[in-house]
Design a protein around this ligand. Sequence first.
Ligand code: PLP
Length: 452
Amino acid sequence: MAPLPNSIEARDIAHHFHPFTNARRHEEIGPIVMAKGDGVFVEDIDGKRYIEAMSGLWSVAVGFSEKRLVDAAVKQMAELPYYHSFTHKSHAPVVDLAEKLINIAPVPMAKVHFTNSGSEANDLIVKLLRYRANGMGEPRRKKIISRLRGYHGITLAAASLTGLPNNHASFDLPIEGILHTICPHYWREGREGESEEAFATRCAAELEAMIEAEGPETIAAFIAEPVMGAGGVVIPPVTYWEKIQAVLSRYPEIVFVADEVICGFGRTGEMFGSVTYDLKPDIITVSKGLSSSYLPISAVIMNDRVYQPIADETARIGTFGHGFTTTGHPVAAAVALENLKIIEERDLVGNARARGPRLQDGLRRLADHPLVGEVRGVGLIAGVELVTDKEKKVAVQPPGALAAKAFGLIQERGVISRAIGDTLAFCPPLIIEDEHIDTILATTREGLDALA
Ligand code: PLP
């Protein structure tokens, strides 16, 4: 039904160009306009309530009505609403947050540089690695290996790291020097008769072969999410990370970047995905759960061997020529600090660990459904991949049409998931309780039944 003239929906269609949206389709159907949130729920302007089973965009860890974050923002706004960190300036929230991130990091880290989004954090890493290579007198060491279906954001460099066709198509991406290796999705990528273990070995061998083919002296870094999120929630084979890190240990000059933008702060049932999978990264990027997305903030956390050559280069050149007006924004930093305090005080990481099995087991019970191909997940992140032919593992064309329909039917029934290709993703707030999980599970089955 076309929106009424002058309604907010009509005005949205008239003036608002949406991110990650089919613009022509939007002109036809318009938006769902959200008005408020409480706990794990959001409510639209017509008063319809939804369980936000995606935490917005994988990010609202503490739920949609955390007054302590509001109070932290108001207090900081009243005291010092803005100051920058250029040319030796600082303020308490940014110092406290940097220190806090170093203290809770899963491996010894040295410095934190702030940015405003996950994309900007990963974009900065591309710049940092170039800067560092120049600083070390190794100007050829600039290539970065990422993975097909990895998601690292949408700025020119971050979108290039991303290994998804939609983020490259018509943008003339990727930029030069970004390579993509195999996605560790056994169910899709494993060969006929290949065991999961053998598949993990092949993933590691392909990474090593790429390093050798390019020349190890040209590779600056390998970047990966502990669990792929926006690529369709891909849980790596059990021995994948052990084998990948064994390859990296043979090339100690290659920096290992863990993109923890989704996994960071409890999502996998540990404070970091790097803890769940025993990763030893040199750089960690965080955002989303850092402030529960109440305000935009992200961070690049790096160890000394990354930082020192960069610092030397700043001295040689005269300054580090990078930073945003809003880098390390005091209000965002104050909100992030309070958010981390809440995550610790309420043991939301423990809650993710405790409730995760109820979500994962419940979703796995959907595996008997005629439209479900694979169910995968860890902690409070999960994916349900839909198919119309279980044996051939294919869905109706065009790709994504099946999950888009399922998503719509589930949303109509009051649960917001996310359709990624033909996978339905679930990533609820870390405050979730059993009754909400049960509603998500029942509603998902109802939606799928309505489609079958
Ligand atoms: N890295 C990962 C793993 C992400 O999931 C995302 C966003 O979904 C990003 C980076 C980009 O973050 P942002 O959307 O804040 O730019």
